[in-house]
Write a protein that binds this ligand. Structure first.
Ligand code: HEC
Ligand code: HEC
Ligand code: HEC
Length: 460
């Protein structure tokens, strides 16, 4: 009997050793699943209510929708006939199997850092473990000149870096793992780095904060005031893993989605590695956002008094009627901070009001292993009992900033209307700039090529 157990376990140990030396197809696909999770492929490539990776998710632009396509291994409607090289070119270079350029709405600029080994695993996962879905989705059809995918060639020449991740030997293994996850699969910079004139990421202000639709992805550099340099490693791990760092910040909007589908499913070691890397990202300074404000409610002090600042008195009333039930009469939240305090909070601390406005309008809805977090939206149903007008939200913002922040919000009803409509010109102007820039570059390059050809002809 003992001998049987001994031979069994020895056999198992041998099998395990063999698996390490040569990864089984299942283990390879499993590793690929993890990379796909870290890259959040599912968030963009799944339509509303649709099957995972079946595409049909339209990303709005002013000149038409750009569709994240079906990337299930369906031969008829997905990427079932992609070779490993074609798949790698799409994900890391932005080149489709038919040779056409993808728009950088697909974050190939970050994914270019994914290593060859991980790319192989990702391919194995998509080809063998993802359910094929033989369904056609909407198609991208942008009008001239934006529809010319070749216009991205010029943009790529200028801004695409095709180097895969190279570890920095002067840093620890943990730092390098974090750098890889953050810069490559996790594509933090796609949202957190401000963009230049042609929609390229501004490398000199890496992770210094940018507007993404109605929400603002804040400065997450190591600056202690404007960035997250004052956060402990555990706080960053908690934020990425659950969407909240108590007394500091909580994840709404696109960050809530990234936490829900991607970061909360990474191992604690990997989240720790990302935190270690972030602590080392060069600081970019700006207004302070943390530790501002104090508990209190000015509603009582305004009662029956003449000549009090009208905006603040009105804001205090709106707060008491709509927000105090959860965030506390004094803005202190609940003891367990399931309903967070509004002072000492990154959403109210500095002059940047977008996340305050977006949270009030859209609410917060996030599901992780820790549970469901829900704040109702006050802006989506115009006639609901709890709907607030642009004017009311502007008054509320002034009050909340004065009480629970540093008083520097300067929110007009027009600002609220803008966020309600999806963000500063819905990021629409940005898209126009980006596409026009790309198209303009293409024209310049064509003109250059034509000029060269002409000169050659004249020389001949
Ligand atoms: C931020 C959104 C976003 C994320 C994240 C994303 N994609 Fe995409 N992807 C897109 C969009 C949008 C397109 C279509 C772009 C176009 O048509 O120019 C696309 C296109 C593609 C294509 C080309 C498919 C075709 O039509 O032939 C492949 C393959 C692909 N993505 C794979 C992936 C994989 C694998 C991941 C995760 C590692 C991923 N994508 C993550 C937005 C995204
Ligand atoms: C799809 C866009 C997107 C991606 C990708 C993304 N973020 Fe965010 N992030 C946001 C937004 C928007 C917020 C603000 C959320 C809020 O306050 O409700 C945010 C907030 C944060 C915060 C809280 C900062 C503060 O001061 O309140 C941290 C930390 C953070 N992100 C880290 C990361 C890291 C690390 C990555 C990559 C591993 C990443 N994010 C990827 C959009 C994104
Ligand atoms: C039914 C309870 C409830 C009500 C009412 C409520 N909230 Fe919230 N609020 C929450 C919850 C839950 C969260 C998210 C906590 C988390 O993410 O961990 C939240 C988050 C926030 C945030 C942070 C959002 C971010 O992304 O950083 C702000 C700001 C906020 N609420 C302001 C308000 C204001 C102003 C009102 C009144 C108009 C209000 N809330 C009403 C429950 C509520």
């Amino acid at each position: 009997m003992n001998i049987v157990i001994f031979t069994l376990s020895a056999g198992l140990a041998l099998a395990a050793g063999a698996a390490c030396a040569q990864e089984t197809p299942q283990a390879l696909a499993e590793r690929g699943r993890y990379i796909a999770t870290a890259s959040d492929c599912v968030a963009c490539h799944t339509g509303p209510g649709g099957k995972p990776f079946a595409g049909n998710h339209v990303i709005a632009s002013p000149v038409g929708g750009i569709v994240a396509t079906n990337i299930t291994p369906s031969v008829t409607h997905g990427i079932g006939s992609y070779t490993e090289e074609q798949f790698s070119d799409a994900v890391r270079r932005g080149i489709r199997a038919d040779g056409a350029n993808l728009y950088p709405a697909m974050p190939y600029t970050a994914f270019s850092k994914i290593t060859d080994e991980d790319m192989q695993a990702l391919y194995a996962y998509f080809m063998t473990a993802v359910e094929p879905v033989d369904e056609a989705g909407a198609e991208t059809a942008l009008p001239f000149p934006f529809g010319i995918r070749a216009s991205m060639i010029g943009w790529n020449l200028l801004f695409r870096d095709t180097a895969t991740f190279e570890p920095d030997p002067s840093k620890s293994e943990e730092w390098n793992r974090g750098a890889y996850l953050a810069e490559g699969p996790g594509h933090c910079s796609a949202c957190h780095t401000p963009r230049g004139l042609l929609m390229q990421e501004d490398g000199s202000r890496f992770l210094a904060g940018a507007q993404v639709g109605p929400w603002h992805a804040p400065n997450i550099t190591s600056d202690p005031e404007a960035g997250i340099g004052s956060w402990s490693k555990d706080e960053i791990i908690a934020y990425l893993g659950t969407g909240r760092a108590e007394g500091k910040a909580q994840a709404g909007g696109s960050m809530a989605e990234a936490v829900e589908h991607s970061f909360s499913k990474l191992t604690p070691e990997d989240l720790g590695a990302i935190a270690t890397y972030l602590a080392d990202v060069p600081a970019v300074s700006g207004p302070a956002r943390f530790g501002q404000g104090r508990p209190g409610n000015m509603a009582a002090s305004f009662r029956g008094l003449d000549g009090m600042p009208g905006g603040l008195a009105r804001g205090a009333q709106i707060y008491s009627a709509n927000c105090a039930s959860c965030h506390g009469f004094d803005g202190q939240g609940t003891a367990d901070q399931y309903y967070p305090s509004l002072y000492g909070n990154s959403a109210t601390g500095g002059p940047e009001a977008a996340n305050f406005i977006a949270a009030v309008l859209n609410g917060v809805d996030r599901e992780t292993a820790e549970g469901h977090v829900f704040m109702p939206p006050f802006g989506t149903q115009p006639n609901a009992f709890n709907s607030l007008s642009d004017d009311e939200i502007a008054a509320l913002a002034a009050y909340v900033s004065a009480s629970y922040g540093d008083g520097s919000f300067a929110v007009t009803p027009d600002d609220v209307a803008e966020i309600r409509a999806g963000g500063p010109a819905s990021g629409l102007l940005l898209w126009v700039r980006w596409l026009m820039g790309a198209a303009g570059l293409a024209v310049l390059i064509l003109a250059g090529v034509a000029g060269l050809a002409k000169r050659r002809r004249m020389a001949a």
